[in-house]
Design a protein around this ligand. Structure first.
Ligand code: AMP
Ligand code: MG
Length: 268
Protein backbone atom coordinates (compact mmCIF):
# COMPACT_ATOMS: atom_id res chain seq x y z
CA UNK A 1 0.00 0.00 0.00
CA UNK A 2 3.07 2.19 0.31
CA UNK A 3 2.89 3.02 -3.37
CA UNK A 4 -0.16 5.20 -2.74
CA UNK A 5 1.96 7.62 -0.75
CA UNK A 6 2.85 10.90 -2.42
CA UNK A 7 6.59 11.38 -2.18
CA UNK A 8 7.45 14.84 -0.78
CA UNK A 9 8.21 17.41 -3.43
CA UNK A 10 6.94 15.38 -6.38
CA UNK A 11 4.63 16.80 -8.99
CA UNK A 12 1.36 14.89 -8.94
CA UNK A 13 -0.56 14.10 -12.12
CA UNK A 14 -3.88 12.57 -11.10
CA UNK A 15 -4.45 11.58 -14.72
CA UNK A 16 -1.62 9.08 -14.29
CA UNK A 17 -3.26 7.35 -11.33
CA UNK A 18 -6.01 4.86 -12.15
CA UNK A 19 -8.99 5.35 -9.77
CA UNK A 20 -10.15 1.79 -10.56
CA UNK A 21 -6.89 0.15 -9.51
CA UNK A 22 -7.18 -2.72 -7.00
CA UNK A 23 -3.55 -3.72 -6.41
CA UNK A 24 -2.99 -7.44 -6.14
CA UNK A 25 -6.66 -8.16 -5.49
CA UNK A 26 -8.90 -9.30 -8.29
CA UNK A 27 -12.19 -8.72 -6.54
CA UNK A 28 -13.89 -8.02 -3.24
CA UNK A 29 -14.00 -11.69 -2.25
CA UNK A 30 -10.24 -11.96 -2.50
CA UNK A 31 -9.78 -8.92 -0.25
CA UNK A 32 -12.49 -9.65 2.33
CA UNK A 33 -10.32 -11.55 4.78
CA UNK A 34 -7.53 -8.98 4.64
CA UNK A 35 -9.97 -6.12 5.25
CA UNK A 36 -11.64 -7.95 8.15
CA UNK A 37 -8.25 -8.53 9.74
CA UNK A 38 -7.24 -4.87 9.34
CA UNK A 39 -10.50 -3.59 10.82
CA UNK A 40 -9.98 -5.82 13.89
CA UNK A 41 -6.33 -4.84 14.18
CA UNK A 42 -7.17 -1.17 13.99
CA UNK A 43 -9.60 -1.62 16.87
CA UNK A 44 -6.96 -3.42 18.95
CA UNK A 45 -4.31 -0.80 18.20
CA UNK A 46 -6.70 1.98 19.12
CA UNK A 47 -7.26 0.43 22.52
CA UNK A 48 -3.53 0.49 23.35
CA UNK A 49 -3.21 3.98 21.89
CA UNK A 50 -5.95 5.05 24.30
CA UNK A 51 -4.50 3.20 27.26
CA UNK A 52 -0.98 4.50 26.75
CA UNK A 53 -2.25 8.08 26.46
CA UNK A 54 0.88 9.35 24.75
CA UNK A 55 0.15 9.75 21.04
CA UNK A 56 -2.83 10.99 19.06
CA UNK A 57 -3.79 10.19 15.48
CA UNK A 58 -5.27 12.63 12.98
CA UNK A 59 -6.78 11.19 9.83
CA UNK A 60 -7.64 13.65 7.06
CA UNK A 61 -10.14 12.52 4.43
CA UNK A 62 -10.56 14.55 1.27
CA UNK A 63 -12.12 13.82 -2.09
CA UNK A 64 -14.62 15.02 -4.64
CA UNK A 65 -18.34 14.80 -3.75
CA UNK A 66 -19.37 11.11 -3.61
CA UNK A 67 -15.73 9.97 -3.35
CA UNK A 68 -16.63 7.95 -0.25
CA UNK A 69 -15.47 9.92 2.76
CA UNK A 70 -18.53 8.90 4.81
CA UNK A 71 -18.35 5.30 3.61
CA UNK A 72 -14.70 5.04 4.60
CA UNK A 73 -15.49 6.27 8.12
CA UNK A 74 -18.42 3.88 8.44
CA UNK A 75 -16.49 0.79 7.34
CA UNK A 76 -12.86 1.24 8.34
CA UNK A 77 -13.68 2.39 11.87
CA UNK A 78 -16.60 0.00 12.39
CA UNK A 79 -14.84 -1.94 15.16
CA UNK A 80 -13.18 1.00 16.88
CA UNK A 81 -14.37 1.98 20.36
CA UNK A 82 -16.32 5.24 19.88
CA UNK A 83 -15.06 6.50 23.25
CA UNK A 84 -11.64 7.15 21.79
CA UNK A 85 -12.54 8.28 18.31
CA UNK A 86 -14.03 11.55 17.08
CA UNK A 87 -15.27 12.62 13.67
CA UNK A 88 -15.03 16.31 12.74
CA UNK A 89 -16.97 17.30 9.62
CA UNK A 90 -15.82 20.50 7.93
CA UNK A 91 -18.71 22.40 6.35
CA UNK A 92 -18.79 25.92 4.90
CA UNK A 93 -17.24 27.94 7.76
CA UNK A 94 -19.67 29.48 10.24
CA UNK A 95 -19.50 33.21 10.88
CA UNK A 96 -17.38 32.62 13.96
CA UNK A 97 -15.01 30.29 12.12
CA UNK A 98 -14.68 32.67 9.17
CA UNK A 99 -13.74 35.47 11.60
CA UNK A 100 -10.65 33.53 12.65
CA UNK A 101 -7.56 32.41 10.75
CA UNK A 102 -8.35 29.38 8.61
CA UNK A 103 -6.46 26.95 10.85
CA UNK A 104 -8.34 27.91 14.00
CA UNK A 105 -11.15 25.41 13.60
CA UNK A 106 -8.78 22.64 12.54
CA UNK A 107 -6.70 23.14 15.67
CA UNK A 108 -9.79 23.12 17.89
CA UNK A 109 -10.81 19.72 16.56
CA UNK A 110 -7.31 18.18 16.56
CA UNK A 111 -7.22 14.92 18.54
CA UNK A 112 -6.43 14.84 22.23
CA UNK A 113 -3.79 12.45 23.54
CA UNK A 114 -4.86 8.82 23.26
CA UNK A 115 -7.57 9.62 20.69
CA UNK A 116 -8.07 9.31 16.98
CA UNK A 117 -9.85 12.09 15.13
CA UNK A 118 -11.11 11.81 11.58
CA UNK A 119 -11.44 15.04 9.64
CA UNK A 120 -14.27 14.58 7.12
CA UNK A 121 -12.94 17.33 4.85
CA UNK A 122 -10.45 19.55 6.61
CA UNK A 123 -8.28 22.66 6.58
CA UNK A 124 -7.44 21.63 3.01
CA UNK A 125 -10.83 23.02 1.94
CA UNK A 126 -9.21 26.41 2.48
CA UNK A 127 -6.69 25.84 -0.29
CA UNK A 128 -9.20 23.99 -2.46
CA UNK A 129 -12.34 26.14 -2.64
CA UNK A 130 -10.44 29.47 -3.06
CA UNK A 131 -8.31 27.88 -5.81
CA UNK A 132 -11.27 26.46 -7.72
CA UNK A 133 -13.46 29.54 -7.38
CA UNK A 134 -10.60 32.02 -7.67
CA UNK A 135 -11.51 33.62 -4.33
CA UNK A 136 -7.94 34.33 -3.30
CA UNK A 137 -4.82 35.29 -5.28
CA UNK A 138 -2.43 32.43 -5.97
CA UNK A 139 0.26 33.77 -3.63
CA UNK A 140 -2.20 33.72 -0.71
CA UNK A 141 -2.96 30.09 -1.48
CA UNK A 142 0.73 29.31 -1.82
CA UNK A 143 1.39 30.86 1.57
CA UNK A 144 -1.41 28.74 3.02
CA UNK A 145 0.38 25.58 1.86
CA UNK A 146 3.37 26.66 3.98
CA UNK A 147 1.10 27.55 6.89
CA UNK A 148 -0.55 24.14 6.70
CA UNK A 149 2.82 22.40 6.70
CA UNK A 150 3.88 24.45 9.73
CA UNK A 151 0.59 23.69 11.53
CA UNK A 152 0.90 19.97 10.90
CA UNK A 153 4.50 20.09 12.11
CA UNK A 154 3.30 21.58 15.40
CA UNK A 155 0.86 18.70 15.83
CA UNK A 156 3.49 16.10 14.95
CA UNK A 157 6.16 17.52 17.25
CA UNK A 158 3.63 17.35 20.07
CA UNK A 159 2.82 13.69 19.65
CA UNK A 160 0.18 13.54 16.93
CA UNK A 161 0.49 11.28 13.92
CA UNK A 162 -0.93 12.90 10.80
CA UNK A 163 -2.18 10.79 7.88
CA UNK A 164 -3.94 12.23 4.85
CA UNK A 165 -5.99 10.42 2.24
CA UNK A 166 -7.29 11.74 -1.06
CA UNK A 167 -10.03 9.40 -2.25
CA UNK A 168 -9.56 9.35 -6.00
CA UNK A 169 -12.69 8.59 -8.08
CA UNK A 170 -13.19 9.03 -11.80
CA UNK A 171 -15.64 11.52 -13.26
CA UNK A 172 -17.72 8.63 -14.64
CA UNK A 173 -17.88 6.96 -11.26
CA UNK A 174 -19.04 10.24 -9.71
CA UNK A 175 -21.75 10.43 -12.38
CA UNK A 176 -22.99 6.95 -11.46
CA UNK A 177 -22.98 7.78 -7.75
CA UNK A 178 -24.83 11.08 -8.23
CA UNK A 179 -27.39 9.25 -10.37
CA UNK A 180 -27.87 6.75 -7.55
CA UNK A 181 -28.51 9.70 -5.22
CA UNK A 182 -31.27 10.81 -7.55
CA UNK A 183 -32.82 7.37 -7.98
CA UNK A 184 -32.41 5.54 -4.68
CA UNK A 185 -34.89 6.68 -1.99
CA UNK A 186 -32.35 5.83 0.73
CA UNK A 187 -29.77 8.10 -0.89
CA UNK A 188 -31.89 11.00 -2.09
CA UNK A 189 -31.29 12.95 1.12
CA UNK A 190 -27.63 13.16 0.18
CA UNK A 191 -28.27 14.78 -3.18
CA UNK A 192 -27.33 18.42 -3.45
CA UNK A 193 -27.68 20.67 -6.48
CA UNK A 194 -24.40 22.24 -5.40
CA UNK A 195 -22.66 18.94 -6.24
CA UNK A 196 -23.88 19.27 -9.84
CA UNK A 197 -22.47 22.80 -10.02
CA UNK A 198 -19.13 21.77 -8.54
CA UNK A 199 -18.94 18.81 -10.92
CA UNK A 200 -18.77 21.27 -13.82
CA UNK A 201 -15.49 22.48 -12.32
CA UNK A 202 -13.96 18.98 -12.28
CA UNK A 203 -10.70 19.89 -14.08
CA UNK A 204 -10.04 22.82 -11.75
CA UNK A 205 -10.67 20.64 -8.71
CA UNK A 206 -8.22 18.05 -10.03
CA UNK A 207 -5.65 20.80 -10.61
CA UNK A 208 -6.23 22.23 -7.12
CA UNK A 209 -5.74 18.76 -5.63
CA UNK A 210 -2.57 18.17 -7.64
CA UNK A 211 -1.13 21.44 -6.28
CA UNK A 212 -1.96 20.78 -2.64
CA UNK A 213 -0.77 17.17 -2.86
CA UNK A 214 2.51 18.37 -4.34
CA UNK A 215 3.06 21.08 -1.72
CA UNK A 216 1.74 19.44 1.43
CA UNK A 217 2.85 15.82 1.33
CA UNK A 218 5.70 15.75 3.81
CA UNK A 219 7.74 12.88 5.18
CA UNK A 220 5.94 12.99 8.53
CA UNK A 221 2.50 14.09 7.30
CA UNK A 222 2.16 12.23 4.02
CA UNK A 223 -0.70 12.38 1.56
CA UNK A 224 -1.96 9.18 -0.02
CA UNK A 225 -3.87 9.02 -3.28
CA UNK A 226 -6.29 6.13 -2.78
CA UNK A 227 -7.92 4.58 -5.86
CA UNK A 228 -11.56 4.78 -4.77
CA UNK A 229 -13.77 3.65 -7.65
CA UNK A 230 -14.00 0.29 -5.86
CA UNK A 231 -15.24 0.92 -2.36
CA UNK A 232 -13.80 -2.31 -0.99
CA UNK A 233 -10.32 -1.47 -2.24
CA UNK A 234 -10.57 2.07 -0.88
CA UNK A 235 -11.46 0.69 2.56
CA UNK A 236 -8.70 -1.89 2.44
CA UNK A 237 -6.03 0.61 1.41
CA UNK A 238 -6.97 3.16 4.09
CA UNK A 239 -7.27 0.50 6.81
CA UNK A 240 -3.97 -1.10 5.86
CA UNK A 241 -2.04 2.18 5.92
CA UNK A 242 -3.57 3.10 9.29
CA UNK A 243 -2.70 -0.26 10.80
CA UNK A 244 0.86 -0.13 9.55
CA UNK A 245 1.40 3.42 10.81
CA UNK A 246 -0.19 3.02 14.24
CA UNK A 247 1.56 -0.28 14.78
CA UNK A 248 4.90 1.45 14.18
CA UNK A 249 4.19 3.70 17.20
CA UNK A 250 4.68 0.59 19.32
CA UNK A 251 2.19 1.75 21.96
CA UNK A 252 2.31 -0.11 25.26
CA UNK A 253 -0.21 -0.62 28.03
CA UNK A 254 0.86 1.51 31.01
CA UNK A 255 2.71 -0.19 33.85
CA UNK A 256 0.26 -1.27 36.52
CA UNK A 257 0.11 0.84 39.65
CA UNK A 258 0.86 -2.14 41.90
CA UNK A 259 3.75 -4.58 41.68
CA UNK A 260 3.03 -8.28 41.13
CA UNK A 261 3.64 -8.98 44.83
CA UNK A 262 1.30 -6.18 45.87
CA UNK A 263 -1.37 -7.42 43.49
CA UNK A 264 -1.09 -10.89 44.98
CA UNK A 265 -1.66 -9.55 48.46
CA UNK A 266 -4.92 -7.88 47.50
CA UNK A 267 -7.92 -9.73 48.87
CA UNK A 268 -11.25 -8.86 47.29
P1 AMP B 1 -20.60 17.88 2.58
O1 AMP B 1 -19.24 17.31 2.85
O2 AMP B 1 -21.29 17.22 1.44
O3 AMP B 1 -21.43 17.96 3.80
O4 AMP B 1 -20.40 19.39 2.08
C1 AMP B 1 -19.68 20.32 2.81
C2 AMP B 1 -19.46 21.52 1.92
O5 AMP B 1 -18.77 22.51 2.67
C3 AMP B 1 -18.63 21.22 0.69
O6 AMP B 1 -19.22 21.79 -0.45
C4 AMP B 1 -17.31 21.91 1.00
O7 AMP B 1 -16.59 22.34 -0.14
C5 AMP B 1 -17.77 23.07 1.86
N1 AMP B 1 -16.66 23.59 2.67
C6 AMP B 1 -16.01 22.97 3.65
N2 AMP B 1 -15.00 23.73 4.14
C7 AMP B 1 -15.02 24.88 3.42
C8 AMP B 1 -14.23 26.07 3.42
N3 AMP B 1 -13.21 26.22 4.28
N4 AMP B 1 -14.53 27.04 2.53
C9 AMP B 1 -15.56 26.88 1.69
N5 AMP B 1 -16.35 25.79 1.63
C10 AMP B 1 -16.08 24.79 2.48
MG1 MG C 1 -22.10 16.43 -0.12
Amino acid sequence: MRRHRVRPGTKVDLGDIDPAETGRYEDEDAAREHLGRDVERLAALQEVLYAEHRHAVLIVLQGMDTAGKDGTIKHVFSAVNPSGCEVAPFKVPTEEEADHDFLWRAHRFAPRRGHMTIFNRSHYEDVLVPFVHRLQPRDVIRRRYDQINAFERILIENGTVVLKFFLHVSKDEQCARLQARLDDPTKQWKFSLKDVEERKLWPRYQKAYECLLGHCSTRRAPWHVIPANHKWYRNLAVADILVETIRALDCKYPRPELSAAERKRIRL
